[in-house]
Every structure is written in C-alpha cells, then in structure tokens.
Design a protein around this ligand. Structure first.
Ligand SMILES: [Fe+2]
Length: 360
C-alpha cells in the first residue's frame, strides 16, 4: 500500500542549530537532553544546543547515562528523571543509542509505566522530541523506532509509537568530522542496510522506494569516499536520513533481526553486524527474487550481485568469528523474529544458518 508519512522537519547544514535557535521555544520552557557518555560534548553539539536554549530562557537537564545498545532500565531511569524535572520536551544528541533511548524516555516521562510496559499500549503521547544525529547511519532521527536491549529475552527489541517521530532533526555535518574510522564504516553499513532491506521486503512501496533508491544512489558514490576516510559528511548524513525515511515506511527485515543477536551475544556493533550479514542475504535474494534485487544494484551502481557484495565486505571493520554451535543457536532464534514474515520469500532456518555460517 502506498502511503507517505514523514512528519519530521529536517534542517540541514553547518550551523543549523544556531541559525534556528528560536524553534526550541515552540516546545516549552523545560528541555530534557539525552546523550551518550562523551560524543555530545566532544562534537560541540551539546554546547550549540545549550547556547540555543539559554538564549531563549529554556531551562534544561542533561541525562548522559545512555550506553551503547541502551537497556530498557536505563531508559526507564531517564524517564523518571525527565518526569521529576517536569520536562516539556526531549532533545536527543548522539548516534542511534541516545536517539532510540530518547524516544523511550519521552514515553516513560508522561506515563505511569513499569519498564517492560513500553512494549504495550501507551496511553499518553510521548513528549515532543528533537534529534541531533552525530553519526550518519541509524536514521533514527526520522523514524518512530526505538531498539532497546532486553535482558529477559537476551536480545534487542523494538518499540514504536506514531508520536515517536522527531518533530525536528538537525543535521549538521560538522559534528561528524571527528568520528573514528571504525564507527564511520559501521554506521555507513547501517544506512546501506536500511536502504537495501527497505527495497527487499514485502512492505516495499513506490513511496519507500523513492527514499531507498535515492539513498542507494548517494551511498554508491559515497562509499569509496568513506573507505578513503574523507567522505562528504553532509551528503552522507542526508543519505542516512533518506534510508531512515525508507524504513520508516517499511521497517527492516531479517538482516536486522539476525544482526541484533550478533550485537547482543557477540558485542558486534550494530552496523558491522549488518555489513557481515548483508552479502549472504543478498546472495540468497539473488537466487529467490533476482527481479527485486536488480533495481537495488542499479541504484547503487553495482555491476552485479557479486560486485555489490564485494563492496559491502570492504565496510566490515573487523571480521566476526562464530562457532558452529553459535550458528545453530542464532539461526534457531532468528527464525522466530516477527519481521521474518516480511521477507520477500519464505526464508528458512537453514537459509538463515547459511548466512551466519558464511562468517565462520
Ligand atoms: Fe539499523
């Protein structure tokens, strides 16, 4: 079904927060800022935000306890702090972890929930959210998704709410200039995976393909620059947001659900997990649905399936080692993921095992 829903106002360019500081006043007088441990400060984004807030007499509290792959518990704690502060809106600064955590915090802050209730019905709409991405990959600034780590299920689990889209996303390429090489490769791979999975699933539509094909076109040209260490960061951020807009319409498929297991059990960064699994998944898709893979290859500018997979492999910052036992256990669990039903063909446990086994 074709439906276009992209409620986030995206403002791009160097200095975009300073230039648009007055916009924060629209959301109230008390802001709750959610960050990771260090990057918000190091990148200069936190100072730009707090300067903008102070200029408009908006008080704020900073919650800087979001870890990589944030847990439900951390978000719950942040939500209680935001509630006690009387926050009227939330500002996320960071990569996917702080941005995803902020969506949950915005929901906990205005609802009486136990931690795991976030996966049930949420009565009151979450607080308005403003996002400032510090990596180009997650696309979280333009999606309603929040992927959190849940100890009880030994995996990551996503929740979304129709009001969890950011009201504004500020994309300033200057904040990305100090990204370490491995983070740059991992996050680029995440953006690529979003665009690919969006085009290779049952929910694909003419609308989602507009975003995904544009993202792939940019990424096909940007990846050599990323590998060379000097990408056009503004274009990379834009490509990542386009890929995010694509999955906002379709969701992701098995590359992501399989990757969550690599992240939870093997501590593999999210984007790297995708980069490791994509070649195997794409090869399977080329066997089952070559007519659906063809436009992906064309948009990216790859000669053929093999050429595409070889490029993706260059983004893998470090090889992932699995045992045969892990392949068996992970594929058994991965096949139970909800989004398996959105795969183009009926993927089997043995096929998922073959994708994991390619990493052996
Ligand atoms: Fe992702």
């Amino acid at each position: 079904m074709n439906q276009l829903f992209m409620p986030t106002r995206v403002i791009m360019g160097k200095g975009c927060i300073k230039e648009n500081a007055s916009l924060f006043s629209e959301f109230g007088k008390k802001a709750f800022i959610v960050t990771g441990k260090t990057s918000a400060e190091k990148s200069g984004a936190l100072k730009d935000i707090t300067d903008a807030l102070s200029k408009h007499s908006i008080s704020y509290e900073v919650f800087s306890e979001v870890e990589n792959n944030p847990s439900v518990e951390t978000c719950y704690k942040g939500g209680q702090r935001a509630k006690a502060f009387g926050a009227e809106f939330v500002i996320a600064i960071g990569g996917g972890s702080p941005m995803d955590a902020a969506k949950a915090i915005a929901a906990y802050a205005v609802n009486d929930l136990e931690p795991m209730d976030i996966y049930g019905t949420i009565k009151n709409n979450p607080l308005p959210l403003i996002s400032v991405p510090l990596t180009a990959g997650t696309g979280s600034e333009v999606t309603p998704y929040s992927v959190l780590t849940v100890k009880e299920i030994e995996n990551k689990k996503s929740f979304s709410h129709k009001e969890s889209f950011s009201k504004i996303a500020f994309l300033d390429p200057e904040y990305l200039r100090s990204l370490p090489r491995d983070v740059l490769l991992d996050t680029t791979a995440d953006a690529l995976s979003h665009a690919v999975e969006s085009m290779l699933c049952k929910r694909t539509s003419d609308v989602s393909n507009v975003y995904a094909e544009a993202a792939l076109r940019h990424l096909g040209q940007l990846i050599p620059e990323v590998l060379g260490g000097k990408p056009d960061y503004e274009r990379l951020l834009f490509a990542s947001s386009l890929a995010g807009m694509a999955i906002a319409h379709t969701g992701t498929v098995v590359v992501h659900s399989m990757g969550y297991l690599l992240t939870y059990h093997k501590n593999i960064p999210h984007g790297r997990a995708n980069a490791c699994l994509l070649p195997g998944f794409i090869t399977l898709c080329n066997e089952h649905n070559p007519e659906r893979l063809a436009p992906v290859l064309k948009a990216f500018g790859a000669k053929d399936c093999n050429d595409f997979c070889e490029t993706i492999k260059k983004l893998i910052a470090q090889k992932v080692q699995l045992s045969q036992e892990e392949v068996t256990a992970f594929s058994k669990k991965a096949i139970q993921a909800k989004n398996v039903s959105q795969n183009l063909w009926t993927i089997t446990e043995a096929e998922e095992a073959s994708v994991f086994a390619a990493l052996l």
